[in-house]
Design a binder for this molecule. Structure first.
Ligand SMILES: *[C@@H]1O[C@H](CO)[C@@H](O)[C@H](O)[C@H]1NC(C)=O
Ligand SMILES: *[C@@H]1O[C@H](CO)[C@@H](O)[C@H](O)[C@H]1NC(C)=O
Ligand SMILES: *[C@@H]1O[C@H](CO)[C@@H](O)[C@H](O)[C@H]1NC(C)=O
Length: 613
């Protein structure tokens, strides 16, 4: 990838003594204050590109067109990261274009095209047939991935045709020919997922998984909001009738799937209304995982979402953010943006960070792990499983998802490309939009020091091959084995206690099913799927929630602190380059999912840092 560095150096001035290029060796966090420091942007850009290129080199198998160690849904997310990064690189080509020589632009274009070939390969490598039979959230990750690819193709195609139009006889960019394929897959999976919308229970909401007891969770509903509004804004239409034919006509003819179809916008607004009224946020203003319907269907007539799983995951605070931006673009209602900023601020606070003072809340001691704040510590985003090294393949994907949707919401150009329309379809006047844009940018700029801290931490987890680890906090602090082995740290981390509500919440519980497996009990499993004679309260470790996903790793036994190294890479020495113990080799170790997380946080920093230009 020297090629990129050289190309970049010729187009932009790269400072040689950059703090970013030497980061992996600077492991001690000495300065507590995150006052803005001048950042050589091209270095962040370079790090983003390296995260992409290392990810594809280490984990993508071109002959298979996939990341073999991923599972269907995590691959869909990784594909989303690749497409989003290509769009970001394309934007940069546009910014740099007037200033650079033609051969330099051509070389950059080749780098983009090379990774776009991976996206095309994955279109065929994706196991669409298996995904059709998985949970509703699995399907919606697929929708988001292809919509992201559509946005890249659209924007990059327009950039290239604006260059080419200067030349006579120029063709449209070849990537545009893939638009109908991507659009078709996005539409098919949106249509399949929309079957998960259910009004018989809880007055609405998406069900998580048709094969389990009814569970209406944050992620499936947030995904439905984001995917639907993104379909409304970016789907170009689809006239491909597959998999239907004349003798088995679809409920809705494919020719009816138009761009800006109101069906998508209505779905997003209705899902948002339901989620906002569902009481799914906890006293910290964070989304709990979801709701069961107590007693259903064993003899009770209850149809209310009344039993909340209090588990807090990072991704449940993220997916809705791109949806809120889209809802604003589709309605002109600024309250959607306000809701997004409030959620982001709750997340930042729950990492133990004071945005007002731009510094972590706690005094950081080098010998003790900083205290847990609900979603992190020391101002760094963290999954509850991180400290124990027991994150499942699912959880290894979560922080990257949060960063991706945060970046969509707060990118410096988030409100540039798509016009903002009011509900009556008139366009928001530019002068009004300009003021909203300024307020939004002001909000987003405030998160930059916190984001820099998180990116710096994530980059500190890179090993000698440039591969990112799962537990970002370990990249900013030198953590000794004894610190995490302390008994109290090995216990599952509960959400912060709720004051004065004891007794009322007997039904609620904290089940970390994403890491420990779905419990074998009547709350989660359908009776027919439980072994005969299972006592109602028995909780055995689940076998992973989707039988279809045979490749899915069995969840690691939680709580015991004896995470087995199941990943091949985990066998290597557990010391890092500087000879310190590396907590990121525990458990599953470094994977395509953790690499996707590293890519997403560095890309987020790049697209937000443009607010400072
Ligand atoms: C049309 O679709 C139905 C249902 O999928 C299938 O059974 C049938 O064989 C198909 N017919 C043709 C001509 O492809
Ligand atoms: C919201 O959920 C919490 C936790 O389950 C519960 O204690 C509270 O009573 C609920 N509030 C309403 C208005 O339903
Ligand atoms: C549920 O509703 C049916 C019909 O209204 C009624 O007969 C039955 O007693 C109800 N069951 C419970 C547990 O309330």
């Amino acid at each position: 990838m020297l090629g990129w560095a050289a190309v970049l150096a010729s187009a932009m001035a790269v400072s040689a003594a950059s703090p970013w290029s030497t980061l992996p060796l600077q492991r001690k966090d000495t300065s507590r204050n995150d006052a803005p420091t001048a950042l050589p942007d091209s270095d962040v850009f370079h790090d983003m590109f390296m995260a992409l290129s290392d990810m594809q080199d280490a984990y993508f198998q071109r002959w298979l067109g996939t990341w073999p160690e991923g599972i269907d849904w995590t691959r869909a997310v990784v594909n989303t990261h690749v497409a989003a990064t290509l769009r970001t690189i394309s934007d940069e080509l546009e910014l740099a274009r007037p200033a650079q020589p033609a051969e330099c632009a051509t070389r950059k274009e080749e780098l983009v095209a090379g990774y776009f070939a991976d996206v095309i390969a994955y279109y065929f490598g994706e196991d669409a047939f298996a995904l059709r039979n998985q949970a509703y959230d699995d399907m919606l990750w697929v929708v988001l991935g292809w919509l992201e690819s559509i946005r890249f193709v659209d924007e990059h195609g327009r950039l290239l045709s604006s260059v080419a139009s200067a030349r006579p006889g120029a063709e449209t960019w070849y990537g545009s020919r893939w638009m109908p394929a991507f659009a078709h897959r996005a539409r098919i999976f949106w249509e399949l997922a929309a079957k998960g919308w259910d009004t018989t229970l809880c007055g609405g909401g998406m069900l998580w998984n048709p094969r389990l007891m009814p569970y209406k969770n944050a992620v499936t509903n947030q995904l439905f909001i984001s995917a639907s509004i993104s379909m409304y804004l970016h789907f170009p239409g689809d006239a491909n009738p597959s998999p239907f034919n004349a003798s088995s006509p679809p409920a809705r003819a494919a020719a009816e799937w138009r761009a800006h179809d109101p069906i998508f916008g209505r779905a997003a607004q209705e899902a948002h209304r339901w989620l906002a009224a569902s009481n799914m946020t906890n006293p910290q203003g964070l989304y709990a995982d979801g709701f069961h319907v107590s007693g259903h269907p064993a003899g009770s007539n209850n149809t209310k979402c009344d039993t909340r799983d209090e588990m807090v995951y990072t991704y449940n605070q993220g997916v809705i953010l791109s949806g809120l931006l889209g809802l604003f673009q589709a309605t002109g209602r600024e309250a959607y943006l306000g809701e997004g900023h409030a959620l982001i601020q709750n997340v930042v606070r729950a990492t133990g960070y004071d945005l007002g003072r731009n510094t972590p809340i706690d005094d950081i001691s080098p010998t003790r792990l900083p205290p847990w704040h609900g979603l992190g510590r020391a101002g760094i985003l963290e999954e509850a499983c991180d400290v124990r090294g027991t994150c499942s393949q699912d959880a290894q994907t979560f922080k990257g998802i949060w960063m991706h949707h945060f970046a969509s919401f707060c990118a410096a150009d988030a409100l540039d490309a798509t016009p903002v329309r009011y509900a009556d379809d008139t366009e928001m006047p530019e002068a009004v939009l300009a003021r909203v844009r300024e307020r939004h940018a002001e909000g987003c700029r405030r998160y930059l020091p916190w984001l820099r801290r998180n990116a710096r931490a994530a980059m500190g987890t890179r090993d000698g091959k440039g591969l990112y680890g799962m537990w970002w906090t370990a990249g900013l602090f030198e953590i000794a084995r004894a610190q995490v082995e302390e008994e109290e740290m090995m216990k599952p981390l509960p959400p912060l206690p709720v004051e004065g509500e004891e007794g009322e919440e007997e039904e609620d519980e904290v089940v970390d099913y994403r890491n420990e497996g779905v419990p074998y009990n009547q709350r989660w499993m359908k009776l027919a799927d439980l072994p005969k004679g299972t006592p109602p309260t028995t909780e055995a470790a689940g076998q992973g929630h989707q039988q279809q996903q045979q490749q899915q790793q069995k969840p690691l036994g939680g709580g015991g602190g004896e995470a087995k190294r199941q990943d091949k890479r985990g066998k290597e020495d557990d010391k890092d380059a500087a000879g310190a113990w590396d907590p990121n080799v525990r458990g599953r170790g470094r994977t395509v999912e953790t690499q996707g997380g590293g890519l997403a946080v560095v890309r987020a920093l790049w697209v937000l840092s443009r607010h400072e230009l």
